[in-house]
Design a protein around this ligand. Structure first.
Ligand code: HEM
Length: 469
């Protein structure tokens, strides 16, 4: 009789459940050259407490730092699992239930991620090549020096397990400003305001009682394998499978690592041009994202400038809204990034919500100098790459936005693949009038995408053990 998994906090990787609040992250994509040494490396990580679970507090992470280590997360591509000789029964289950994971992002880029032209998979950084990307490590600390130290220790632990290029091609992320609750990303927006909450994992905080709308908690199965999702559906029920197989999937999560280069000069020039015929540059920026400079949603009650209340707001307060009161997109246009990515009770089209946990961090220097590579090291978690991440990118981000009447032809203004003319973006003004924006160019170019499984800690033990014969 198939049954759902138990939600075990101590089994879930902390990067999935909560993320880290440090200033820097380093991501490594490693290619296994010696499977036995790789398994030994995994055992050393587990024994050394590097892979922190959702029950471990920031204090546990601080303890690791004091020992020249740092908290980390770990994921495996399908090819990585093959390299580690995971038995066929497990691999088949991935092929049947998670084809996107089994095929990998490289194969799906053109059709399911709108990655064509300069964003095409063939143009991606070499780390994202499908046959050599096996293990994905995320390291988290407050300084680059701490990460250097931790990486040196890891390299020593790994010995000959991996090809040397993986260590030298590390992806270095760092927040652009150090104020933890007011972090901005390239393009100048506040980030880190929104993340979904999960039933049984995140507490119902007392201060929610003061909000107009209660935050919606999601079912664990939106993010963790083996559980029912918001629709009561569980793709990982695995009837008739052995208990160990079921256990292997339980409480794991799929991750997407997507490196996105941001052309800040092109974005600023677009905003300045559009602002010459608009209330202000801040207005244009806010209408493209859906939030003002201070993080407040662009509200139909005050569609041209932020409302009068400038008191600092908590993230819970900044998320105390939905689109049910903005039926015509007079505040937040239908095509704006946040309205597309999380339609929040949008009255126009009733559809399934497709939540994503977001743990990204910027890379490259602040500013808009043309000589530097800069952007976002996007890191997302969900239980279905097909129904969540890929659907958001290809259907909600790269097609015409929802909304009637809505004649926009532009894709998501921030992340859409604006090849060709880039289409027209309408800012509804009321009475059927629109302010049209055009002249979009590719502000964001994909430099690579990697799909991995972040297994539970017990599943990690299985991968670290001797291969089944
Ligand atoms: C360089 C590329 C990107 C930039 C500059 C960007 C920027 C932003 C900003 C500024 C926010 C608002 C801050 C917040 O709510 O925490 C946001 C929210 C969000 N973004 Fe992006 N983003 C990018 C890529 C993506 C991608 C690739 C996806 C997924 C396919 C995505 C999905 C979301 C979601 C789900 C939200 C939360 C919406 C909400 O709940 O209101 N973003 N993004």
């Amino acid at each position: 009789m198939p049954h759902t998994a138990r939600l075990e906090k101590a089994h879930i990787q902390n990067i999935v459940a909560n993320g880290y609040d440090f200033h820097c992250s380093r991501y490594l994509v490693l290619s296994i050259t010696q499977a036995d040494a790789a398994r030994q490396f995994l055992r050393a990580l587990l024994d050394g407490g590097w892979v922190v679970s959702a029950t471990a507090s920031r204090a546990a992470a601080e303890r690791l730092k004091a020992q020249q280590r740092c908290p980390m997360g770990i994921g495996f591509t399908f090819q990585g699992l093959q390299q580690l000789q995971l038995p066929t029964v497990y691999l088949r289950a991935f092929q049947d239930r998670a084809p996107a994971f089994a095929q990998g992002a490289y194969q799906r880029a053109a059709h399911r991620l709108s990655d064509t032209g300069p964003s095409a998979a063939e143009q991606w950084d070499t780390s994202f090549r499908p046959n050599t990307a096996h293990i994905f490590l995320t390291l988290h600390a407050d300084t680059q020096a701490e990460l250097d130290q931790a990486q040196a220790t890891l390299q020593q632990l790994a010995g000959p397990a991996f090809a040397p290029e993986g260590w030298t091609a590390a992806f270095q992320g760092g927040h652009l400003n150090r104020e933890r609750k007011k972090r901005r990303i390239h393009f100048g927006y506040l980030d880190g305001l929104t993340n979904p909450l999960i039933n049984g994992l995140h507490p119902h905080a007392a201060h929610y009682a003061d909000l107009k709308l209660q935050p919606q908690f999601h079912a664990p199965g939106e993010f963790l394998l083996g559980h029912d999702n918001d629709e009561g559906y569980n793709r990982w029920l695995l009837s008739g499978e052995d208990e160990p197989v079921r256990q292997f999937f339980a409480n794991g999560s799929f991750s997407v690592f997507r490196k996105m280069a941001q052309d800040t000069a092109a974005f600023e020039s677009f905003v300045d041009k559009a602002a010459s015929d608009a209330p202000s540059a801040d207005y244009v920026r806010a209408k493209l994202l859906g939030r003002w400079h201070d993080g407040r949603v662009v509200d139909a009650a005050s569609p041209n400038q932020p409302g009068p209340d400038h008191s600092p707001q908590s993230n819970a307060e900044l998320n105390d809204f939905d689109f049910s009161t903005d039926k015509q997109g007079l505040g937040c246009p239908f095509g704006a990034h946040i309205r597309r990515m999380n339609p929040r009770a949008d009255p126009v089209v009733p559809f399934r919500r497709r939540p994503l946990l977001r743990r990204g961090i910027p890379y490259g220097p602040a500013g808009d100098g043309a000589d530097s590579d800069r952007g976002l090291l996007g890191l997302f978690f969900c239980a279905s790459l097909e129904d969540q991440f890929e659907h958001l990118v290809s259907e909600w981000g790269n097609k015409n936005p929802f909304g009637v009447p809505n004649h926009s032809t532009a894709k998501d203004p921030l992340i859409g693949n604006h090849e060709g003319s880039g289409g027209q973006y309408d800012i509804p003004l009321g009475g059927g009038a629109n302010k049209p924006l055009s002249g979009f160019t590719p502000f964001v170019t994909t430099r690579g995408t990697l799909y991995t499984l972040f297994p539970s800690l017990p599943a990690l033990r299985v991968l670290a053990g001797p291969p089944a014969v």
